[in-house]
Design a protein around this ligand. Structure first.
Ligand code: HEM
Length: 106
């Protein structure tokens, strides 16, 4: 059963586009990880400053393995040749699982 791990990142005013381009540059960095089903970066539209990295995993164990094995650290390393410094953003990890689903019929 898919689990959702949301990293809620606090992004100070004015650096949203820099954060988005850093994510875009690493978008494929988690592909191929056992149990990884995909992620999106969600940008707030209501004046909040928390951007959400919504990640989907086959199960908790796959996510924990990614975090603890050094693969997560690898995905967070600057890309080859980059001169950028870490933005030192603060973040909060939320764990979710689907409770009820509903889908519109085609
Ligand atoms: C739920 C899983 C994730 C966790 C727990 C996590 C953790 C974090 C944390 C704590 C930060 C802020 C501190 C820092 O800059 O290192 C961060 C920033 C960032 N994360 Fe993640 N992350 C997750 C998923 C991802 C994914 C899937 C990607 C894309 C491949 C990604 C790419 C980035 C990037 C580009 C930044 C900005 C780093 C910078 O240049 O300052 N993260 N992440």
């Amino acid at each position: 059963m898919t689990v959702i791990k949301i990293n809620a990142i606090t992004v100070p005013e004015g650096i949203g586009s820099e954060v988005a381009s850093r994510f875009a540059a690493r978008a494929g960095a988690v592909d191929g990880t056992e149990g990884f089903e995909g992620f999106e970066l969600w940008q707030p539209e209501d004046g909040r400053n928390q951007w959400l990295v919504v990640t989907r995993w086959r199960d908790d164990a796959s996510f924990e393995e990614w975090r603890s094995s050094g693969q997560a650290a690898h995905a967070h390393k600057p890309v080859e040749g980059a001169t950028e410094k870490p933005l030192n953003l603060s973040a909060e990890l939320w764990h979710y699982t689907v409770s009820v689903t509903s889908k519109e019929k085609d």
